[in-house]
Design a binder for this molecule. Structure first.
Ligand SMILES: [Zn+2]
Length: 418
């Protein structure tokens, strides 16, 4: 009898909607919440265990099921639960996937089932109001200590500000929503709620690292930032649909890790630097928690085609135009690396097109080369007969040209984002 009941539950997994975890979308869930009537993955079942007053879980394959539980699961399922608990999810609200950090997945599950924020829109005020004020722990630039700082997010001004003193009139920094990105980086920051906020100051990329002890508060801040970006893009590009704008609200980095790079002179040795691949840009920093990016010139792969049509391209411009490197310099065919404006504004980064005539390497300034960002090569390999020293570029890394005799770059850092 117990076998039959288990078999009946297993058959429910074949129903539409039940083949993926109700919370993170992971395939082939084999756990279930028999009080909520959803099928979930092992990882999410661990989070459900932490809210026993709302959810009780069982293994589909290992546990014993009772008739009433099987009947309840049959009457519910992931599709019905989604219609119930996710009926009013704001378009900007971040829906985590299986690869996202524990904090995002936990708060998504708690918001859905415990607080029922998406069935009661009035509970979404902390991230929907267009204004948010509070204290976050911010990592200091000099000594790396985290200090309590007052933050104010105001959509009306299109900015996130922070103040060194709670009674200060002038903010220490004003981060324009237009240029801002936020991504959770618990491993790098060393705190499970650690958030990296990136913005532009004087045309260079700056980072701040913050956290809040309360996970809900931290995720509310994150979604408030996404809401502000969403409303900014809606105003800037009224023709764009929500589906066009949502992917532009925040980005996880494609890859991060240590590599060794040489200095401007041939005599200088290689130094370990922290590299970050963000969208189409490769930046490097003195260390993973550095406040400002150093200029770099490594081209990165071309942008993947936008899934949306014309309106999407407008949205894409909105999301990228203000970032360093989004503009390709005009015709860099001589020793120059682009116009002074582009060099100055872009932090020496811009996308390069992949050659169609050659399967290997990247071309810029009429020369071929391969670099660590080339998926087919991890070794610097100049293929041009032109000596980099003949170029008028001030620094070799500004020119983007590799040099002979370079050591193979090593990628030793953790890959924080798959
Ligand atoms: Zn899951």
């Amino acid at each position: 009898m117990a076998k039959e009941r288990r078999k009946a539950v297993l058959e429910l997994l074949q129903r539409p909607g039940n083949a993926r975890c109700a919370d993170c979308g992971a395939p082939d869930p084999d756990w279930a919440s028999y009080t909520l009537g959803v099928f979930i993955c092992l990882s999410c079942s661990g989070i459900h265990r932490n809210i026993p007053h709302v959810s009780k879980v069982k293994s589909v394959r290992l546990d014993t099921w009772e008739d009433v539980q099987v009947e309840f699961m049959a009457s519910r399922g992931n599709a019905i639960a989604r219609a119930t608990f996710e009926s009013r999810v704001p378009p900007f609200y971040y829906r985590p996937s299986a690869s996202d950090c524990q904090l995002l997945r936990e708060q998504w599950i708690r918001a859905k089932y415990e607080r029922q924020e998406f069935a009661h829109p009035e509970r979404q005020e902390p991230y929907s109001a267009g204004y948010r004020e509070g204290f976050l722990w911010k990592r200091g630039r000099d000594n790396g200590q985290f200090l309590s700082r007052k933050f104010v997010l105001t959509e009306r001004e299109g900015a996130l500000k922070y103040f060194n003193r709670s009674d200060a009139k002038e903010p220490k920094a004003v981060m324009k929503i237009e240029h801002l990105n936020a991504t959770f980086q618990p491993a790098k920051i060393g705190h499970p709620h650690g958030l990296q906020v990136t913005y532009l100051k004087d045309n260079s990329t700056r980072n701040i690292f913050v956290y809040h002890e309360d996970g809900k508060e931290m995720v509310d801040w994150f979604n408030a930032l996404r809401a502000a970006r969403f409303h900014y893009l809606q105003v800037a590009f009224p023709g764009a649909s929500d589906a066009d704008l949502v992917p532009k609200l925040s980005r996880n980095y494609l890859q991060e890790g240590y590599m060794e790079k040489t200095g401007p002179k041939q005599t200088e040795g290689f130094r370990k630097r922290w590299f970050t691949m963000d969208d189409r840009r490769l930046m490097y920093f003195k260390d993973p928690l550095a406040g400002a990016a150093a200029p770099c010139s490594t081209p990165v792969p071309p942008r993947t085609p936008s899934p949306a049509g014309k309106s999407s391209s407008a949205a894409e411009r909105a999301a990228t135009r203000c970032w360093p490197g989004s503009r390709r310099p005009p015709r860099a065919t001589t020793g120059h690396t682009g116009s002074p404006l582009s060099r100055q504004s872009a932090g020496f980064c811009w996308p390069a097109r992949r050659s169609r005539s050659s399967g290997r390497g990247w071309r810029r300034s009429g020369r071929w080369w391969t670099g660590p960002c080339c998926p087919k090569s991890t070794q610097w390999k100049p293929t041009s007969s032109t000596s980099p020293s003949t170029r008028r570029s001030r620094r070799p890394e500004d020119s983007g040209l590799p040099r002979r005799g370079c050591r193979r770059p090593r990628l030793t850092g953790p890959e924080l984002q798959p």
